[in-house]
Write a protein that binds this ligand. Structure first.
Ligand code: ARG
Length: 463
């Protein structure tokens, strides 16, 4: 402000002496300096631009390198196993082949294992009313009386059945139970045995003093918020089938599976054939309707049924233990294991879910699919025009003989479920079929009920 005033004051004086430039002359020039100044500012601006451009280029290059690195890693991972100690790669099919190919045998440590069970798991629940029964050789199955039963006993019994979540027991009057069980035999817990395994905590009884027996529910399984290729199926939402998981190997959907607790997944044994035996490459993705191939739970055990026969697909069942339990929420929660002797009639309504092919030579589906299919009785499925002698006692068939709706490639290991007593039960595990949805070639499933003894024993015995 002050400077300006000075300049104006000087101008009229100066105008009469144009050739006598006053030292003040440069002043207006100085004022004009701002006219010069754009140069440095432009320089500054372009400098800024260069810096920005460099940063951008660096980011883009880093991005490209990361993506390339990711794909290269995936490619390498799909073909090789890395021996950390000896810092070298071996072909993936040498991992878990029974020979130590890395120094120290690193390639044989985290592998699929097998487990055969030829004992009877000593605790079970009956299908009607879920009555707790204990077993001992010689004495057979005995229903447990409510006499001296405590919530701690319920906790122990549920733990033996593989559950730690929300045990809940009620008593049922003996007069109201199935007629075949009414006359016993019974067993009752001894006092002070709350943490002893149930079958060891009981003594025989001819009658229950209390006149009632224990009915047990072990987890909040099989309940969903609302009621609700697969070839010929429809889009499904995970909230309605929250036990459904995607088993992925090297970021690729390989099989389906079903959560039976917050830590255990039931799937098919054939999902781990060939080069798929090494555990560090597997991830279990839960809680997703749209297939997502990033993240997922790590796996610390895969146990194949020791009687699995790859040629016949007999005993096609496996259990996966997650490295850490999932958080149970609306989108991820376990399905119930069926109680014992749940006699489902031919034609019973079942649902199969998965991200498998939507046609025989198709592709995996980005969205979870579901299909309602009826149970087919063993006689029909074993008839010469269907599968003949290929159907064993450990299998069951479901679908339409006229074809059109079925599970398909990529659905393997996934759940076949049935809704009864207000819960969804896991009845079958997607196993095999000739083609998909063909006439007289329905889907074949591993029969979970026949595997309960194996499932309960593995879950209880795995350290
Ligand atoms: N084995 C197949 C798989 O690996 C599943 C076959 C089921 N096929 C059928 N038609 N239901 O995904």
């Amino acid at each position: 402000m002050t400077q300006q005033n000075q300049t104006f004051a000087l101008l009229p004086e100066d105008s009469s002496k144009p050739l006598n430039p006053r030292p003040a002359g440069p002043r207006p020039g100085q004022r004009r300096k701002p006219m010069k100044s754009p140069k440095p500012q432009r320089e500054k601006g372009s400098k800024r631009k260069t810096v920005l451009l460099t940063i951008l280029i660096v980011i883009v290059i880093a991005g490209i390198l990361c993506t390339a690195g990711y794909f290269i890693k995936r490619l390498i991972d799909s073909k090789y196993f890395f021996c950390k100690r000896s810092v070298r790669f071996i072909p993936i099919d040498k991992a878990c082949d029974g020979n130590n190919d890395c120094t120290g045998g690193e390639d044989e440590i985290t592998c699929v294992s097998e487990f055969k069970v030829n004992t009877t798991h000593p605790v079970r629940l009956t299908s009607v009313q879920r009555i707790l029964q204990v077993y001992s050789p010689g004495l057979g199955w005995r229903s447990v009386c409510s006499d001296d039963w405590t919530p701690q006993h319920a906790q122990t019994a549920c733990k033996q059945l593989g559950y730690t979540n929300k045990p809940y027991s009620t008593s049922v009057q003996v007069v109201n139970i199935m007629s075949s069980l009414k006359s016993g035999p019974f067993a009752a817990v001894r006092a002070g045995t709350a943490s002893t395994p149930t079958h060891q905590a009981t003594t025989d009884r001819n009658v229950c003093k209390s006149g009632s027996v224990v009915s047990l529910t072990c987890s909040d399984c099989g309940e969903v918020v609302t009621k609700g290729r697969i070839v010929g199926g429809t889009d499904a939402a995970i909230e309605n089938w929250p036990w459904q998981v995607s088993l992925q190997q090297g970021g690729q959907h390989t099989c389906g599976g079903a959560l039976v607790s917050d830590r255990w997944v039931v799937t098919a044994a054939h999902c781990f054939s060939g080069s798929k035996k090494e555990l560090s490459r597997w991830r279990v993705v839960s809680g997703q309707t749209y297939m997502k191939t990033l993240g997922g739970s790590y796996v610390d055990r895969v146990i194949l049924n020791g009687d699995y026969n790859p040629a016949r697909n007999d005993y096609d069942i496996a259990l996966i233990r997650l490295s850490s339990p999932i958080t149970v929420r609306e989108t991820s929660k376990p399905v119930c294991l069926p109680p014992n002797a749940l006699d489902l009639a031919s034609g019973a309504s079942m649902v199969v879910t998965g991200w498998g092919y939507q046609e025989e030579d198709g592709d995996v589906s980005p969205t979870l699919q579901k299909a309602h299919i009826p149970l087919i009785d063993r006689k029909t499925c074993s008839s010469p025009s269907v599968y003949g002698s290929s159907i064993t006692k450990k299998m069951l068939c479901a679908g339409y003989l006229e074809g059109g709706v079925d599970a398909c490639q990529g659905d393997s290991g996934g759940p076949l479920v049935h809704f009864s007593s207000s819960r969804w039960n896991l009845i079958g595990v997607v196993s095999w079929g000739v083609g998909c949805a063909r006439e007289n070639r329905p889907g074949v499933y591993c029969k979970v009920e026949e595997m309960l003894n194996w499932i309960n024993t593995v879950i209880e015995k795995t350290p």
